[in-house]
Ligand binder design. Structure first.
Ligand SMILES: Nc1ncnc2c1ncn2[C@@H]1O[C@H](COP(=O)(O)OP(=O)(O)OP(=O)(O)O)[C@@H](O)[C@H]1O
Ligand SMILES: O=C(O)[C@@H](O)C(=O)CO
Length: 426
């Protein structure tokens, strides 16, 4: 299998977001969970998105996992590799966006790497290096309360500099408006001055087409789905790959079985979506303190699901308000409480699948990672889009047989996301 474009995604929902964008923009794409096992038969594709779980792990682990994924992608023909990060730049001052970008740059001897999380379709824009989320500066948006990576600085040049060894420059919007030649000249000038990464402004898709046209000529780039759009369109425009319309063949064949939602995201979008879901389906709110204390909360949730699921989809949520989350974190620690809840939600998901669930929606990046790992799913075909950034996925090579899934990034999807997703998965 020779591919043109590779991506290393720092979480699983982000990977499906990017795979959706690449598919929509003409590339046949598959999402693998980690480096694919040679035994798993993958279809012929133009792009492979390797989903890793390296957003909130120690820097050294993130760097070595990304380097191995890069090696695999390069060996399979990828001329360009996009390191897919979150469109809200989720990370801490200790990493991992800076260190992974620098490590990949060293491997490809890039000199300078273009970085932008802009994704205008979901309201993420970058202006003078500052990230806005639906018009609010990042540090005033709901991301300031993120359970794992609270974001307190909208100036990405500063954020990236705190995570990087090298100097971080800016490609501002006026330069981007000047087209690919102006961006290339700016990158050359920054490189000569010793900068090793550059945050690029982008507020509309045309800016990302410009950035994609420049990035595709380089070995690596760092960004969110917006940059993926730019790269895909550049590849199609250059004639390197014919435009493939639509989703992967066979991705939507019915799978039958029961349907469920598991939510571990505490984003304001997910909290609102759960409230709306409560009007049309049974929703169980887990007691997070009991989950952490390892009492019988999991067994109680499964028994509740058993009572309702044969009549229609059910939702089970650990999601809680920022106040509840911070209370729990101050008592048990940020990472410990997050991991304990991920372990519990993924156990519940696996038990539901063992009881016949074949259509499963998961809300939250870390939560999705825990669930997909628990189910040991090797790869996904990309189906139609439910909402910007969230496609329907069809499992490939999973022991449970084929399932339809959706992995929703915390902040994505409209108010009625859950009902829409389940209707499309029928
Ligand atoms: N009630 C709770 N109290 C404390 N932490 C919780 C609670 N419920 C869920 N969590 C944890 O909060 C974290 C939510 O992160 P997750 O990545 O799943 O969602 P998200 O951040 O909204 O999504 P994304 O990363 O896609 O934006 C997980 O580690 C989850 O286990
Ligand atoms: O880029 C985004 O916002 C998402 O794909 C994501 O990575 C959230 O986890």
């Amino acid at each position: 299998m020779a591919i043109l474009l590779g991506s290393i995604a720092d979480d699983y929902t982000g990977a499906s977001d990017l795979a959706n964008t690449l598919t929509k923009n003409g590339l046949r794409t598959i999402q693998t969970v980690g480096i694919p096992d040679a035994a798993v038969a993958l279809p012929h594709v133009d792009a492979v998105v390797v989903a890793l779980k390296i957003r909130s792990v120690p820097v050294a682990d993130a760097v070595s996992a990304a380097a191995l994924a890069h090696q695999w992608l390069h060996r399979h023909g990828a001329k360009h590799v996009l390191y897919k990060i979150c469109s809200t730049f989720d990370s801490t001052d200790a990493g991992n966006i800076g260190p992974v970008t620098e490590a990949l740059s060293d491997i490809t001897e890039e000199g300078i790497v273009l970085v932008t999380p802009a994704f205008p379709e979901t309201g993420r824009t970058v202006y003078f290096g500052h990230l806005f989320v639906n018009g609010q500066p990042l540090n005033e948006s709901p991301l300031k309360d993120h359970p794992l990576n609270p974001m307190h600085d909208a100036n990405l040049v500063r954020v990236m500099a705190r995570q990087s060894q090298g100097a971080v420059g800016l490609v501002d919007l006026t330069t981007v408006a000047g087209g690919p030649a102006a961006v290339k000249a700016r990158l050359d000038s920054l490189r000569m001055q010793g900068f090793t990464t550059a945050i690029a402004d982008a507020t509309v898709e045309h800016d990302l087409e410009t950035l994609g046209a420049v990035a595709v000529e380089m070995g690596i780039s760092t960004g969110a789905s917006g940059l993926g759009l730019g790269l895909a369109r550049a590849l199609v425009k250059s004639g390197q790959v014919p435009l493939h319309a639509g989703t992967t063949d066979g991705a939507m064949r019915p799978v039958g079985g029961l349907a469920a939602i598991i939510a571990g995201s505490c984003s304001s979008a997910t909290l609102e979506q759960l409230e709306i879901a409560e009007r049309s389906m049974p929703v169980l709110r887990l007691d997070s303190e009991k989950l952490i204390a390892a009492s019988d909360e999991i067994a109680a949730a499964l028994s509740w699901a058993g009572e309702h699921i044969s009549s229609g989809p059910v939702a089970i949520a650990a999601s809680a308000s920022p106040e509840t989350v911070s209370m729990l974190q101050s008592r048990y620690g940020r990472e410990a409480s997050g991991h304990a809840i991920e372990a519990a939600t993924s156990t519940i998901a696996a038990e539901l699948v063992a009881r016949g669930v074949r259509r499963l929606v998961v809300a939250g990046g870390e939560t999705s990672g825990a669930v997909v790992d628990r189910l040991a799913i090797p790869a996904f075909l990309i189906g139609p889009e439910i909402a910007p950034g969230v496609p329907i996925l069809r499992t490939v090579g999973s022991a449970q047989g084929d399932m339809l899934m959706a992995l929703k990034s915390g902040n994505f999807g409209g108010k009625d996301f859950f009902a829409t997703a389940l209707t499309m998965m029928r």
